[in-house]
Design a protein around this ligand. Structure first.
Ligand code: CAA
Length: 260
């Protein structure tokens, strides 16, 4: 499929999706959200891909938010639909089986911070800047920021960032647990690919079932979450990869996983 506002390449069982609107600091309009949606749907089904990395084109921005020029004149119901579209696309990223790494290479503001939070793992360049500047524009976050930020960094810190629209740098984002690692800008992508390669070297189906357990379990009560875990743990024993993984351990050799 041809995309207008993103670049998509696949290498080494890893898909790299780059938001490509550098003149608008990769801001998200409806067409870009639809490109992301179609790419994610394709990646979810692609047997050649185990891991998705999302980043922004250029060295300045991951995504500087939803497109303000696009939103400026929107009537209320269209604005609501624009929020729902972004929420759906980000939820698709969050709930698709394959793991998603955000390589945050610059501004991750508003919808950009929200996009990174829908990914499983956030790696940041030392130039990254995170924040929810919406209240400074007379609006609220609309792509899940009011829900994912408190879940990730706690309610008090999230409320402070959202109410004040204060941006935080990569070190502060690391300190509050918003990002897993901070790397020099020039090594961010290599580090993201290195992590993707480590993940794709494991049993792909087990990785996907693990994501399913965490994502569904985090939204459920503890007993339901444990039941999800036990069910999917049991399901692993119906796969060739469980037999191969355990045989390889016993025979002291590297496992050759097959279940894609
Ligand atoms: N939407 C549309 N265009 C944007 C944009 C955005 N979110 N962010 C930047 N741009 C555009 C600028 O308008 C500018 O375009 P022109 O060259 O045509 O004027 C270009 O990108 C470069 O931006 P700047 O000249 O402003 O670059 P800078 O380095 O001086 O500043 C910045 C960078 C601090 C990120 C600044 O651009 C900025 O504050 N951007 C807006 C950030 C923001 O408020 N994001 C939240 C949007 S609301 C949202 O996301 C709602 C939601 O939850 C769904």
């Amino acid at each position: 499929m041809a995309y207008e506002n993103i670049l998509l390449e696949i290498e080494d069982r890893t898909a790299l999706l780059s938001i490509n609107r550098p003149n608008a600091l990769n801001a998200l309009n409806a067409d870009t959200l639809l490109d992301i949606k179609n790419a994610v749907l394709a990646i979810a089904e692609d047997p050649n891909v185990d891991v998705l990395i999302i980043t922004g084109v250029g060295n300045k921005a991951f995504v500087a938010g939803a497109d303000i020029a696009y939103m400026q004149k929107l009537p209320a119901m269209q604005a609501r639909a624009f929020a729902i579209l972004g929420q759906e696309v980000f939820r698709l990223i969050e709930t698709m089986d394959k793991p998603v790494i955000a390589a945050v290479n610059g501004f991750a503001l508003g919808g950009g911070c929200e996009l990174s939070m829908a990914c499983d793992i956030r790696l940041a360049s030392d130039k990254a800047l995170f924040g929810q500047p919406e209240v400074g524009l007379g609006i609220t976050p609309g792509y899940g920021g009011t829900q994912r930020l408190p879940r990730l960094i706690g309610e008090g810190r999230a409320k402070e960032l959202i109410y004040s629209a204060i941006n935080i740098n990569a070190d502060e984002a690391y300190r509050v647990g918003l990002v897993n690692h901070v790397y020099p800008a020039e090594s961010l992508m290599a580090e993201a690919k290195k992590l993707a390669k480590i993940i794709s070297g494991k049993a792909p189906l087990a990785v996907r079932l693990s994501k399913n357990q965490v994502t569904r379990g985090m939204q459920a009560d503890i007993d339901t979450a444990m039941a999800i875990e036990a069910d999917l743990f049991g399901l692993c024993f119906a796969t060739e990869d469980q037999k191969e993984g355990m045989a390889a351990f016993v025979e002291k050799r590297k496992a050759d996983f097959k279940c894609k």
